[in-house]
Design a protein around this ligand. Sequence first.
Ligand code: 13P
Length: 243
Amino acid sequence: MVNHYLIANWKMHKLSAEALQFIAGFSSTSLPDNTAVIIAPSFPLLPVMRTAIEGARLPVMLAAQNMFYEEHGAFTGEVSPQQIYDAGAKYVIIGHSERRTLMNEHYNMLSQKLKAALTAELTPIYCLGENLQEREAGHSKEVVSGQVQQLVKDFSSADIRKMIIAYEPIWAIGTGKSATPEEVEEIHALMATMLPPGMPMVYGGSVNAQNAQQFLQQPHISGLLVGSASLDIQEFQRILAIF
Ligand code: 13P
């Protein structure tokens, strides 16, 4: 049974040749049965990567980094959950802090996206976490529990169970300053008291091959969401070997 997750968020990096090179260098020899490896490339790379992964028979799954909440229609520039599924992804990242801050995505929109993803049978990887100001004011727990409460209010336990929760404190993303394993464990343990039992909860924010193990040793951390360290195949394989 899969209960561990290694998720690579490539953000707006890599052209198709680079993505193919990554897949060609991927070795799944050390991959335990209980771990799902998921890569989230930009939209145009999804079909290219699906073909390469299937060709190499790799146990790697794909995620989109975002989606719109409508099935089809006059929404220029948007991508529907059904189109994502059709392109080969089974997962979708929703509510990443870069979208919340740069694209002004707020909870109302995110809850619609979560509903639409579930309807399309995509597994949402729902990101939440506090910003630097909130952390410095000592409000991390309050902020995160507020975000989890919104979810619990709007979604049934059965639907929440179909999601992966990603705790990504905004101040730790791309800064080289990860939260300590103890800090993350405390937040995850708090979320566990509010969410259905056994929910997968992953941590993201400046994870690399040096610090990955300390996070995975914590009882409430079931995986990692890795940004920049996932772009390099050697570094990614080093992280994978820790699972
Ligand atoms: P970094 O690992 O580059 O800090 O990015 C984390 C992240 O945003 C993953 O979604």
